[in-house]
Design a binder for this molecule. Structure first.
Ligand SMILES: N[C@@H](CCC(=O)N[C@@H](CS)C(=O)NCC(=O)O)C(=O)O
Length: 215
């Protein structure tokens, strides 16, 4: 069954791979599934045709036959369940890998997103200078348990899994802040993720979209 995902017509990051279609592309590359991409403008995100796929008017979405999904957690989980390559076969190891996916999205990503808002969206507010160190501190606190986990291991729990795919994707969003570089074992972990051929294919595909000449 053919798979179609949506991505920004032009990502605000200019192709650094931070838009969330990259996670979905990466998962599909890891499991060797071909996919097509429908590019969506910011305006079209909020129009009925796209809202029928994604109630919050965002990217990415995922269509496979009559199945329509949104939320990268749900999409990557679905891909990992349906196609071999991203989850261990042992039931307990599989449950732990899924736990790491949730940890990435619900424990690690929120303070990282908050930091992005504090640095960029709220950067011009009179109180932003006072608030920024507090938000940075919350991010660092969330990273420390990952450091102890990854200082002597390549991946979070045995072999690379969907849990690592999601954690690396979330941590990549920290790079512009400089905080990732403060934690060499985490920076090395992210670099291991980026070095995977499947990640490179996903990254290059989104970069090609975002660097193509304007029509
Ligand atoms: N929790 C959602 C977040 C999706 C999301 O924030 N998508 C961004 C792009 S990375 C978007 O579409 N932003 C445009 C908007 O919200 O209008 C997921 O993981 O899929």
């Amino acid at each position: 069954m053919s798979i179609t995902i949506t991505a920004f017509e032009r990502s605000p990051d200019g192709g650094q791979g931070l838009a969330r279609d990259t996670r979905v592309r990466w998962a599909l590359e890891e499991v060797g599934q071909a996919y097509t991409v429908r590019l969506v403008s910011f305006q079209a995100l909020k129009e009925p045709a796209h809202l029928a796929l994604h109630p919050f008017g965002q990217i990415p979405t995922y269509e496979e036959g009559d199945l329509v999904l949104f939320e990268t957690g749900a999409i990557v989980f679905h891909v990992a369940q349906r196609y071999p390559g991203l989850l261990p076969t042992d039931a307990n190891a599989r449950a732990r890998a899924i736990t790491w996916m949730f940890a990435a999205l619900s424990t690690v990503e929120p303070p990282i997103l908050e930091l992005g808002i504090a640095r960029i969206a709220d950067g011009d507010k009179p109180w932003s200078k006072e608030r920024l160190p507090l938000v940075q501190g919350r991010v660092r606190d969330r990273l420390k348990p990952l450091v102890s986990r990854l200082s002597a291991a390549d991946w979070l729990d045995g072999a690379f899994s969907a849990g690592d795919l999601m954690m690396v994707s979330v941590l990549l969003r920290l790079r512009p802040s400089g905080i990732l570089a403060e934690f060499p074992s985490l920076a090395a972990y992210v670099a291991r993720g980026e070095a995977r051929p499947a990640y490179k294919r996903a990254f290059d595909a989104q970069l090609a979209v975002n660097t193509r000449p304007a029509e």
